[in-house]
Ligand binder design. Sequence first.
Ligand code: NAD
Length: 370
Amino acid sequence: MRKQIAVLPGDGIGQEVVKGAVEILRAIGERFDHQFRFTYGEIGGIALDSTGTPLPDDTIELCKASDAVLLGAVGGPKWDHNPPHLRPEQGLLKIRKELGLYANLRPTSYYASLADSSPLRRDVIEEVDMVIVRELTGGLYFGKPSERTYSNGEEAAVDTLYYERAEMKRVIQQAFELAQKRRQKVTSVDKANVLESSRMWREVAEDVAKNFPNVTLEHMLVDNAAMQLIKNPKQFDVVVTENMFGDILSDEASVLTGSLGMLPSASLSEQGPYLFEPIHGSAPDIKGLNLANPIAMILSAAMMLRISFGMTEEADAVECAVQQVLENGYRTKDIYSFGKNAVTTDEMVEAIKAEILDNGTILHIMGAYA
Ligand code: NAD
């Protein structure tokens, strides 16, 4: 099969982990005889520096002309004091809007070999297998007005939480379709005791549920959901929620797997192409140190193989290789625990690649920080 992949590394560790994911995809291409063509585009701070805009038009065109998009991360202290429209994160919001990426799927699974990397007890996180479906193109991150203002002679600020019924419906529908293929349970998270948008969200969820009689719908307030995720995460199958709640809850869910560096995501639209990115940011604190965990990015590439290209066996090969390498004890710093084999970003990629190509995983690795 031939596939055209737009690659947007972005900033900070985005560059490092994307390089790793591309290497893994090349290995998959070699093993399964596929031709992946990678074309690079700029987004975020790096795009601001070279073009003056966080998402140049040619990057948008490249993405629209591709079969799928791989994105690293954007942002960094260098651009933190830019005016709002010239911040790297605007590039991210704009690509989501331009590609119509309304549903962001964030799976969280338990890795037995990483149980010691999580601050939570093994019996709490054992067998966790859930997906957060986050609405991605509406809510507070997009509503207008969003600005600094003056009121009664005082400086003030406003952001707007705005949703249309159709925007709620399509993402909730996506969650139900997913739940149907899983354990048939949807938890819809909102703040219906306070917010009007949440009350409407609940109504829409009830309406959608009528078309899925085999799927159980429960509603949960977001503050309770934040607690339940830590207290009893096994109760969740598919969680669907609006943009900001989903952003926050999925970072919290990363603690279940041991690190933000483990969680991939897929952003879906009505017509494609879809975009695949880790849930973490550009991690300026470890940028350039070869310490980033590339697994979230590599698992995002596996989601691309499975969802965009229908390459089930290939996606399985990547996921099994990750699992095997973890079982073999390889650990980047974020998931390191005593007695394990400490590796750099590049060494982790090498180990996963070796598993995929089935030429052994015995690497002579010098621990970067052990
Ligand atoms: P972050 O996700 O970049 O980092 C949070 C913490 O997790 C840091 O200590 C970091 O070192 C660690 N971490 C993250 N990914 C890791 C990985 N793969 N391996 C090992 N450790 C990892 O969040 P932040 O520090 O709040 O934000 C930094 C910048 O990233 C900001 O400019 C922010 O706007 C941006 N950001 C971008 C995205 C995105 O591009 N999708 C998402 C979140 C934050």
